[in-house]
Design a protein around this ligand. Structure first.
Ligand SMILES: *Cc1c(COP(=O)(O)O)cnc(C)c1O
Length: 368
């Protein structure tokens, strides 16, 4: 049987592994930052209705520009004091990963580079590789915050074409303050001018407001968001961005025609009709996140401050053994490769109790 290496695959893909957390069938799965609450029945009914309607015209291609959906996403972003945007400032695709890929297809690519401050979301580096964009690793402090001075000098030195900042950051949970984002944007403009992508996948869980208003007057600032986390719709595959309309125009040059299926558009529109219900879960998850931080500290763990729906905790001499010991107790968490640390997603109160019991037991064993 032939293996990958027998194929004329691109050199930079040789010997690499695909992205993916283990999808194991265990009682408590807290490893992929999903929302633990299933969609409420009234929403399921709305989806069924909208999808049936869409099914009646599946012989036709969908709205290529997804205007109705982009209009509703803009309306969502304008809620509670957000900027008033129109469809022309919004772009949507199959998960924010596809949005990020389109950004790199348009602004990265062979001969160009992108930078991220690690540890951070590993897909930024992987999508860069997939699009032939060189990857530069920028530094973080010991406490996982971004040191503005150090970050500015790396940007000045490497002059990347695309700068990624994730806030709240995955897997650490760390939020980045406004001054740091503004300072980094400025550095990117002096060095480039470069595109600046603020990945706000978890912002609905944050103690700080979204930095979306900053796109006003900053034509190279892009804010990316997703329905996978706070909206509890990871299975839907719907991500989006807000930026200057010129950025949206640029993405039309690389997107595949009809990339968002009529079924996806109909489902996302149904979910947006139920925004209030869905965001109701966010408050519960924030409270559970805070409880995890408190209880993990009480159990003797070192915990990184979190603005997301997950918590980074440690430190463990043998991270893999700890991960395995928790799994043996029916709890799946994530090893993101950060030395000494694991990441747990805030689940339902019962799931979090099971996780905390397992941690306490493992900590006791480690002490022995
Ligand atoms: C989960 C996550 C995303 C979302 O990806 P989707 O493709 O929208 O599911 C984006 N950025 C970060 C940092 C994430 O953790």
């Amino acid at each position: 049987m032939a293996g990958i290496d027998d194929l004329p695959i691109r050199d930079e893909l040789r010997g690499k592994s695909p992205y993916g957390a283990p999808q194991l069938d265990v009682p408590v799965r807290l490893n992929t930052n999903e929302n633990p609450y299933p969609l409420p029945e009234p929403l399921v009914a709305s989806i069924a209705e909208r999808v049936a309607e869409a099914a009646r015209s599946l012989n036709r291609y969908p709205d290529r520009d997804a205007i109705e959906l982009r209009t509703e996403l803009a309306r969502y972003l304008g809620r509670s004091g957000g900027p008033r945007l129109g469809a022309e400032s919004i772009w949507a695709a199959n998960g924010s990963n596809e949005v990020l890929q389109q950004l790199l297809q348009a602004f990265g690519g062979p001969g160009r580079t992108a930078i991220g401050f690690e540890p951070s979301y590993s897909m930024h580096a992987l999508i860069s590789r997939g699009t032939g964009t060189g990857w530069i690793t920028g530094p973080r402090r010991e406490d996982f915050g971004i040191d503005l001075g150090a970050a500015r000098s790396v940007i000045a030195e490497h002059r990347p074409d695309v700068v990624f900042v994730t806030s709240p950051n995955n897997p650490t949970g760390t939020a980045v303050d406004t001054e740091t984002v503004l300072g980094l944007y400025e550095a990117a403009q002096e060095a480039g001018p470069s595109m600046f992508v603020l990945d706000e996948a978890y912002v609905e869980f944050s103690h700080r407001p979204s930095l979306l208003p900053l796109i006003e007057g900053r034509p190279r600032l892009v804010v990316s968001r997703t329905m996978s986390k706070a909206f509890g719709a990871a299975g839907l595959r719907l991500g989006y961005l807000a930026a200057d309309p010129a950025v949206v125009d640029a993405l039309q040059l690389v997107r595949l025609p009809y990339h968002l299926s009529a079924v996806t558009q109909a489902t996302a529109l149904a979910a947006l009709e139920h925004t209030d219900t869905l965001l109701g879960y966010v408050d519960r998850l924030r409270a559970e996140r805070d409880r995890l931080v408190t209880e993990l500290r009480a159990a003797g763990c070192e915990v990184t401050e979190s603005d997301a729906n997950f918590v980074q905790f440690g430190r463990f001499d043998d991270v893999q053994a700890t991960w395995r010991a928790l799994l043996d107790r029916g709890v799946l968490v994530r090893d993101n490769g950060v030395p000494g640390r694991l990441r747990v997603t805030a689940g339902t109160p019962a799931e979090n109790d099971a996780f905390l019991d397992a941690v306490r037991a493992v900590m006791k064993e480690n002490d022995r």
